[in-house]
Structure formats: structure tokens, C-alpha cells
Design a protein around this ligand. Structure first.
Ligand code: KG4
Ligand code: ZN
Length: 339
């Protein structure tokens, strides 16, 4: 079974081809990504119109590149898939329309995939089966804690009430004068810093539920900056590592405590991390230590599958296909699609 998937929900154009059979680990035959990060960097964030124009420029060459890498032609592909939401409407439309057109031309089925399901399943691409577990999706747009019974059966336990974890990294990065996206820059800068130098808040930790909030933490960093530097300017360079390490630690503490609490509450013994923020090594180390202490298994996605990519969309689509779940060709995109 060969499946080609397109991801274009935000600022990465991506095409992947996977081969798979039920119960077997999927094989990634090609996973091509054209990142627009440089293009949007000058604006300090994603500009939707620029994103969609660039998806249409890069999609066709990427499909051709993926087929060449996999040494296949379009005729070999058994099924086509694309992200249908959540994301930027004009960006989603490009990928979804292209995948439908390919499916019609080839006379093969089309599958619309929820981007969040792609992230959620990404740690399992090489595993063959998806056991019951607690999933934490931490990306630029989402912070979601879910109880997963099996693929397709997801119970939302908690989510962010304001900023997503990655969004907080990006906004704090901007405040600190670091380039976009702030996540990887904060991680790099934090390496030389003391995570206990500034005592930033761990919001909603005492709240018995599983929701998160990161806007108070962001404001606490801002107040620290204005206290240090009335009139709000860039922080003293010597403080940057401590500020980054302390902010990063506050995010990690909340994510670890709430996720482990969810595992205890549901009795699940496995935790799977996904999304761009799960690339953060300090976060991975924090989870590894906590899971070891509690006797839980921890699974993270391969680094190439954490930030937006089409292999995770193809994997989710493969699982849909194995269950005979195809999508109608008039299936619309949905920028607010929920999981
Ligand atoms: O999953 P993703 O590519 O996009 C969404 O679906 O949102 O995640 C991008 C986010 C950005 O906010 C970026 O700053 C963050 O992931 N990120 C990181 C790291 N690498 C990427 N955050 C913290 N540490 C990192 N190393
Ligand atoms: Zn994403």
C-alpha cells in the first residue's frame, strides 16, 4: 500500500510517500519539506498570504521530488491524502485541492487528515501499532493533552486557555530580541543559563484539571524586562541565558506535572510527546526523569517528525485507509477543525 500525503496547514509545504500494511511499521519512502521560515522571519511571524502563495509555488516540484526520491511514479500511488485543518484557510486549500486533483486524475481514494491527529500519531510511525496512552501535543498552535484508547478514539483531557506552549516560546523570544521562531533560539540561549535564576509562575498547577495557561508566564517575563530596563528595551545580554533557562523551565515543569497527573488519573502507562516544542531537549530530559521515577514509558517522535511534516499526515491517513475510512471529494477544509 503506497500513500502520498500533502501538508500545507501553515508555513511548511511538505509531501511524503509512505508504504505500509496493517500492523506493520510504516516505511517513509520520501519526506520532502520546503520551509518558509526565512520568508516570514522579517515579519516576526507567519503572513498568511505569503504562505499560501509559496505553497502553490513549491507544491508541484515537491511532489515530483518525493516521487523521484521514492523511485515511483504517480501511477504507483494507491491513495492520496492532505491536511484539511486546523490551520490557515488559504494554506490548507492549496494542499487539499492538489491532493484531491491527484486522486481524481489517478482514480484513487482521497483522505482528509486532521493536522493534530498527524502530530498525535507521529511518535508511532515506526511502531506498527498504537497502544492506549496519554498524548501531549505541544506545537506553535496547540497544547493538547489527550487520552488515547486507540487510533481514532481520543478523549480531550486538557488544552491551553490562552497561548500554546510554542506560541509562548515564540512571543517570549520576540520580547528578548531573538530571531523567529523563538523556540529553538530560547533553547540554544538557555544552555548557558540557570533555570532557577528567575522565579517565574507555574500557572494552574494547583488547579485540579488538565488545562494549561502560558500568558501569565509571558507577562511575568515582560515585567522582569521592564523592571530591569524602564521604558522596555532589550534585556542585558548577560541576563539572556538565565531568562531563557528560567522561562523554559517554567514551561517544562507545568507540562510534566500535568501530563503525569493525567497518566495517574487514567491509569495509562505510556506517554507520547509530539509537536515542534517536543524537539526541546530539556523538555525531553524533564519528561524522561519524571517518567522513570513513576515507572512510565515515554515515546517521542523522531526529530524529523516533530515540526510540521507530511510523513505524520501520511501515517494517520494510512491508518484511516486500513479501516476503509476515505473522504468525499467535496470534503471542505476547516481552519478550526477540532480533534
Ligand atoms: O509543530 P510545529 O512545527 O507547528 C505547529 O503545528 O504549530 O511547531 C512549531 C513550534 C514553534 O512555536 C517553535 O518555536 C517550536 O515549535 N519549537 C520549539 C523548539 N523547536 C521548535 N520550542 C522549544 N524548543 C525547541 N527546540
Ligand atoms: Zn503542527
Amino acid at each position: 500500500m503506497l500513500l502520498l500525503a500533502i501538508e500545507s496547514s501553515c508555513d511548511e509545504t511538505a509531501v511524503a510517500i509512505l508504504s505500509g500494511s496493517p500492523g506493520e511499521p510504516a516505511r517513509i519512502l520520501a519526506s520532502e519539506i520546503s520551509s518558509q521560515i526565512e520568508l516570514h522571519r522579517v515579519y516576526g511571524g507567519v503572513v498568511p498570504e505569503l504562505a499560501s502563495r509559496n505553497h502553490s509555488l513549491h507544491l508541484r516540484p515537491l511532489v515530483e521530488q518525493a516521487l523521484a526520491t521514492a523511485e515511483l511514479t504517480l501511477k504507483d500511488i494507491d491513495c492520496f491524502a492532505a491536511t484539511s485543518g486546523p490551520g490557515l484557510a488559504s494554506s490548507l486549500l492549496i494542499g487539499a485541492t492538489a491532493a484531491k486533483a491527484l486522486a481524481v486524475a489517478a482514480g484513487k481514494p482521497f483522505i482528509a487528515v486532521n493536522h493534530l491527529e498527524g502530530h498525535l500519531l507521529s511518535p508511532y510511525v515506526g511502531q506498527g501499532t498504537v497502544p492506549p496512552h496519554i498524548a501531549l501535543i505541544v506545537s506553535g498552535g496547540h497544547t493538547l493533552l489527550l487520552d488515547v484508547e486507540n487510533p481514532g478514539s481520543y478523549r480531550r483531557l486538557g488544552s491551553t486557555r490562552d497561548d500554546a506552549a510554542g506560541e509562548a516560546f515564540d512571543k517570549v523570544g520576540k520580547m528578548l530580541g531573538l530571531p523567529y521562531p523563538g523556540g529553538p533560539e530560547i533553547e540554544k540561549t538557555a544552555k548557558g543559563g540557570d533555570p532557577n535564576a528567575f522565579r517565574f509562575p507555574r500557572s494552574m498547577l494547583k488547579d485540579p484539571g488538565f488545562d494549561f495557561s502560558f500568558s501569565g508566564l509571558k507577562t511575568a517575563v515582560l515585567y522582569t524586562l521592564t523592571d530591569q530596563n524602564p521604558g522596555y528595551g532589550t534585556p542585558r545580554t548577560s541576563d539572556l541565558p538565565d531568562l531563557c533557562a528560567s522561562f523554559q523551565q517554567a514551561v517544562i515543569d507545568v507540562l510534566v506535572v500535568k501530563t503525569l497527573r493525567a497518566a495517574r488519573h487514567t491509569g495509562r502507562s505510556t506517554i507520547a510527546l509530539s509537536g515542534g516544542v517536543s524537539l526541546n531537549q530539556a523538555l525531553r530530559d524533564g519528561f524522561a526523569r519524571a517518567c522513570e521515577k513513576e515507572g512510565l514509558s515515554l515515546l517521542t517522535a523522531d526529530s524529523g517528525l516533530c515540526t510540521d511534516n507530511a510523513a505524520m499526515i501520511a501515517f494517520a491517513a494510512l491508518l484511516h485507509h486500513f479501516e476503509g475510512r476515505h473522504s468525499p471529494l467535496d470534503a471542505d477544509i476547516d481552519p478550526n477543525l477540532a480533534l
